[in-house]
Write a new protein. Structure first.
Length: 278
């Protein structure tokens, strides 16, 4: 069953957005650029690189906890394009490759980011998409937040429905982390396809009980060494107890045997060489 989602309120923002943008130089003139603001409630970090302001500009929205939102402000900027007026009659390579600054407007950047992050998502054809949008002001209105929540709820329900269909018809390899993320965001883990994948991929850290990759030998939460944990307890680790530690110890033993055999072979070869010299 889906859990009732926490209401997102204006002010529940997790990101810092600069309020003042210093005047910039464009073609030798100073100007203060316009900007647009993107708002996201999507639970995964989003980033994209664009060739702006003479370099590679990274646009980033952080992963958003349920009940919060994040903002990204994008400004008018510029990019380098070929200077056709100088290239047309150029007699040397320098003029032939001449560049000039061309403006890139904030609305175009915002539209491109929305298309990249949300416009090409699975389910768009049915109207479902992640909760990301360009808002009208510096902060979202309550209506905009409510619309984002409704849109993302529809999107994740669509993903869960597709995962259910794939599970039933036997196409279980098509179920991905996107589907599991959607189910978690909706407040549920009540699906066979979710539980089965979790059981295969994850285990609980014996020290702190957090879920980690089943092949991990160090916990990413408590930073504890699982190998040391079992050694201090004097436990013999089997594959059923901890597949990651078991595999590590098995590999270490195999490498030790190989190295010992190599050392014995080298020693025998050296002794044989000495015997020949005598």
């Amino acid at each position: 069953m889906e859990q009732t989602a926490p209401t997102i309120q204006v002010g529940d923002c997790i990101s810092d957005v600069e309020t003042v943008f210093a005047p910039q130089q464009f073609s030798g003139r100073q100007y203060t650029p316009n900007y647009r603001t993107l708002c996201s409630i999507f639970p995964e970090a989003l980033e994209h690189l664009m060739l702006h302001a003479g370099g590679r500009k990274k646009y980033l929205l952080p992963a958003v906890p349920k009940g919060k939102y994040a903002l990204l402000r994008v400004y008018d900027t510029w990019t380098l394009v070929r200077d056709l007026s100088r290239s047309a009659g150029a007699e040397d390579d320098a003029d032939g490759d001449a560049k000039q600054q061309a403006p890139v407007y904030c609305q175009g950047i915002a539209d491109d980011l929305i298309r990249i992050w949300a416009g090409d998502a699975p389910g768009n054809a049915s109207g479902a998409k992640p909760g990301i949008m360009v808002i009208g002001g510096d902060q979202p209105t309550q209506l905009e937040l409510d619309n984002l929540y409704a849109t993302q709820t529809t999107y994740f329900r669509w993903l869960v429905m597709k995962a259910d269909e794939n599970w039933i018809i036997g196409k279980r390899e098509l179920i991905t982390e996107d589907h599991r993320r959607g189910l978690r965001w909706l407040g549920s883990e009540d699906r066979d396809w979710y539980k089965k994948i979790q059981a295969v991929l994850l285990k609980r850290c014996p020290a702190c009980s957090e879920e980690i990759n089943q092949l991990a030998t160090v916990c990413r939460f408590c930073q504890g060494s699982l190998i040391k944990f079992y050694r201090d307890l004097g436990m013999e680790v089997t594959e059923d107890i901890d597949p990651g530690v078991f595999l590590f110890q098995k590999t270490l033993k195999e490498r030790t045997v190989i190295n010992n055999e190599k050392i014995r072979a080298e020693k025998a070869s050296a002794e044989a060489a000495k015997a020949v010299q005598k």
